[in-house]
Design a protein around this ligand. Structure first.
Ligand code: SF4
Length: 636
């Protein structure tokens, strides 16, 4: 039976809301398949506004892959802003997809991609607007399977009550596998109902179904044990790793947004994973090992993506793009190819060395010199050792002054505050560093027309990292250190005016910390926040710390216990049954080395140090060089 579009009902509301164009769909390269041509139907959600969600690579990739699959269709849905939410409630308009404006509840699977935990309340809004019960155990056979993915799904325990399932790691292959399981079950006449479908997914070992696991607690609140409550359900659920990125050259037809979005460019992921070993970095740890896309596939993807989308900016994405074994060749090849056209290239710069400046020069040959960003992360040499970010002050000053001498005028330095073992002087060291950067820059250029912006984020210890046991700094400490740093920068008559300072207060980090390392008991807090109006928690204008604290109190959850408490080695962590491949003993040892000043090299260029990922996952590091060159394609 075809499912009706709700657009005629939505259309009447659009003149009354801000940015109505974000809800109309019809973007270049969007897909609307005939409802009856498919027997497996996915609604893919990015739980934030369209302007943030549309450029998301994970959703874009799955959207294409699933729509290419015969008998399968996928449509997108985003969080609606509170103005439209109020009208939808008043008029009884359900959560809809932007592609064909079909009601989300009509789909078989609602896949939600979480880059950050601060999207949890937006998922609840979408479920409620869709008419899907918030709690998984209240759902019936006609409700979609609510499935979480993305980095935050590596600890889905705080939202376990709201989820039917979660998937860890790369989505390409597992999304197809899930589609086949759903197809088979539906084809057989849905035997055993929803429960059997979930059981079939859980038995595969690649899908985590929270309701098939029971959590027992010690009297003091720590977790005693997480164990399957059904036979045939594995004790641990493993992450998925796509080994050959060249076999998955997506997106092939990039979505071109109708409304303004945070990024408007064609992005190609040039490799996945990172083995630099920064101890705070969850993305680096959970995406190991490194798998490079070959220079030839990158070249072909860029060529095709630019033609298909008309974007005039190309971004080369990864966790540390300058580390691709052939990045120099890639940069030169693309810069040559697009010289004289209006297509510009961008590279998120994170590594602090001169090579990065050469690359930046190559990349800016055909575009603007917007600004360079370097991320030393820690303000003192001691701090950078603790986090395993091996950048010396000398390196940083040399690199930044090279940039200034080559014509760059603006440099951004990114740091974190609240890192383990941090003292006031480590944060004040950021001011000294910034002043030295400006001093050296003025000397080398002979000009006062240079600037540097210090940008600071609050550190949140994350699951599956060596800092998963660490105490998070309380927000009073973070705020006090940031204020002292601001005073030191602003009070400096000689250099203060050349240094910009951007920071957020420490409170949102505490909420992120609660959600990142929370267990199932934190679900009651999320629900209470949502019920009291919590929406768009990643947006400072919508975020309310007081609302979160009031909800925690109401739910009897001690926020300090989850955030500022250091864990012991043998404490069962809420995500221990979810396997990111990392060896727990290695993570613990690395945490001990962090405190004692030990460093870890990058296993791309040194012998393997047994973090556990490759043997556990049956994977391996995959890097070039291939020695190939990019063809000088004619640009049309
Ligand atoms: S198992 Fe060895 S080679 Fe593989 S990511 Fe870990 S340290 Fe590197």
């Amino acid at each position: 039976m075809p499912v009706e579009s709700i657009f005629h009902r939505l259309e009447a509301l659009l003149p009354k809301v801000q940015k109505p164009i974000q809800y109309v769909g019809g973007e270049l390269n969007s897909t609307v398949k005939d409802w009856d041509s498919a027997d497996v139907r996915w609604a893919l959600m990015y739980p934030d506004a369209y302007e943030v969600g549309l450029p998301n690579q994970g959703v874009a990739i799955l959207y294409e892959i699933l729509n290419e699959l015969p008998g399968t269709l996928a449509e997108r849905t985003y969080a609606v802003w509170p103005d439209l939410e109020a009208l939808m409630r008043a008029e009884g308009v359900p959560q809809f997809t932007v592609d064909a404006h079909r009601p989300v509840r009509a789909f078989d699977v609602l896949g939600v991609s979480f880059s950050t935990e601060l999207g949890y309340t937006n998922m609840l809004t979408a479920l409620d607007l869709a008419g899907i019960p918030l709690t998984a155990s209240d759902r019936g056979d006609d409700d979609p399977i609510v499935l979480a993915g993305g980095h935050a799904a590596f600890n889905p325990e705080p939202i376990a009550d709201f989820l039917d399932a979660a998937v860890l790691g790369d989505g390409e292959q597992i999304a197809i596998a899930i589609s086949e399981v759903v197809r088979e079950w539906k084809g057989e006449g849905r035997p055993g109902g929803r429960d059997e479908l979930l059981m079939r997914l859980a038995e595969s070992g690649g899908v985590y179904v929270p309701k098939f696991y029971d959590v027992d607690y010690h009297p003091d609140g720590r977790i005693k044990r997480v164990a399957p409550n059904r036979a045939d359900v594995p004790w641990r659920v493993h992450k998925h790793t796509v080994m050959d990125l060249d076999e998955w050259p997506y997106p092939k037809k990039p979505l071109v947004p109708l409304a303004e979005t945070v990024h408007e460019r064609f992005s190609v992921e040039i490799f996945r994973g990172c083995t630099r070993g920064c101890r705070f970095c969850q993305a680096g740890m959970i995406t190991r090992p490194v798998r490079e896309r070959s220079i030839t596939t990158i070249g072909a993807m860029v060529d095709n993506g630019v033609k298909e989308s008309g974007f005039n900016e190309v971004g080369l994405l990864s966790l540390s793009s300058a580390d691709h074994s052939e990045i120099g060749e890639v940069a030169k090849g693309l810069a040559d190819r697009y010289e004289g056209t209006n297509t510009s290239l961008s590279l998120p710069s994170t590594r602090v060395d001169a090579f990065n400046i050469d690359l930046a020069n190559e990349f800016s040959r055909n575009g603007r010199r917007s600004g360079l960003t370097f991320a030393p992360e820690g303000g003192s040499e001691r701090m950078r050792k603790v986090i395993n970010k091996m950048v010396t002050e000398e390196d940083l000053i040399r690199t930044v002054t090279t940039a200034y001498s080559q014509g760059w005028r603006q440099v951004k330095l990114y740091f974190m505050c609240g890192l383990p073992t941090e003292q006031d002087e480590d944060v004040l060291g950021i001011a000294d560093l910034a002043k030295k950067v400006i001093k050296a820059g003025r000397e080398i250029t002979g000009s006062r027309d240079i600037r540097c912006t210090v940008s600071i984020g609050g550190f949140v210890p994350k699951p599956h990292t060596p800092f998963q046991w660490a105490a998070q700094a309380d927000h009073e400490t973070v705020d006090r250190r940031l204020k002292a740093l601001r005073d030191s920068l602003r009070g400096d008559k000689q250099y203060g005016k050349a240094i910009g300072f951007r920071y957020h207060d420490g409170k949102p980090s505490i909420v992120e910390g609660l959600l990142s390392r929370g267990d199932r008991r934190v679900g009651a807090v999320i629900r209470a926040v949502w019920e009291s109006g919590g929406r768009f928690d990643g947006w400072s204008e919508h975020f309310s710390y007081e609302r979160w604290m009031a909800a925690a109190e109401q739910a009897g959850v001690d926020v300090d216990w989850y955030t500022t408490r250091e864990r012991e080695e043998n404490e069962v962590l809420p995500w221990d049954h979810l396997d990111a491949g990392l060896d727990r003993e290695w993570l613990w040892q690395d945490w001990q080395e962090a405190v004692s000043g030990g460093e870890v090299e990058d296993c791309r260029w040194t012998p393997c140090y047994d973090c556990g990922v490759c043997p556990t996952m049956g994977t391996e590091i995959q890097i070039g060089p291939t020695g190939r060159k990019l063809l000088p394609l004619t640009v049309v």
